[in-house]
Design a protein around this ligand. Structure first.
Ligand SMILES: [Zn+2]
Ligand SMILES: [Zn+2]
Length: 164
């Protein structure tokens, strides 16, 4: 038996500020919400951006605390660090947090934002083996090779000139 099912229709606040009193009165809550990406515009550095966010939450009431298990799933539009192409990627993250029964508000938005900011990788890639752009002519080497001569990247090439 799951009495939480009674509250499937609970009107999830878009700003995810849950009133602790509501959660306690309902004896817990299972809910999902599709959130406007505008809440997350500032999380990634431009041009990367979050385009879709859906949260699933389960509030469980214990004697002194409320346990929140959550999942955030969505889509992000990110620039490849090698070829600069924008690609859309799906992401999904789980989180777990406890709140005191005495706090007035359970601020899930803060938790969601923290979790999302941790998903920003230092270098997004369109695919793990992206060949990138030719540093000389800018040709996208995933599309076709270019005619530039390979640059000598040996660290000794530079030293050779210095010790003449
Ligand atoms: Zn790429
Ligand atoms: Zn080239």
């Amino acid at each position: 038996m799951n009495e939480n099912l009674l509250y499937k229709d609970y009107d999830v606040p878009q700003d995810l500020q849950f009133k602790t009193a509501d959660i306690l009165r309902m004896g817990g809550l299972d809910c999902t919400a599709q959130l406007s990406p505008k809440y997350f515009e500032d999380i990634f550095a431009a041009p990367n951006q979050i385009t879709q966010v859906k949260v699933s939450l389960r509030f469980s009431v214990a004697s002194k605390e409320i346990l929140v298990q959550g999942n955030i799933a969505g889509k992000r539009l990110v620039q490849c660090a090698r070829c600069l192409k924008m690609t859309e990627q799906a992401f999904a993250e789980d989180f777990l947090e406890t709140y005191s029964n005495k706090s007035e508000i359970i601020d899930i938005m803060l938790l969601v934002r923290q979790t999302l900011s941790l998903t920003e990788e230092i270098r997004f890639l369109c695919k793990p083996d992206c060949k990138g752009l030719c540093p000389q002519c800018g040709q996208d080497l995933n599309v076709a090779p270019c005619k530039c001569k390979p640059v000598n990247l040996s660290p000794f090439a530079e030293l050779k000139g210095k010790f003449k």
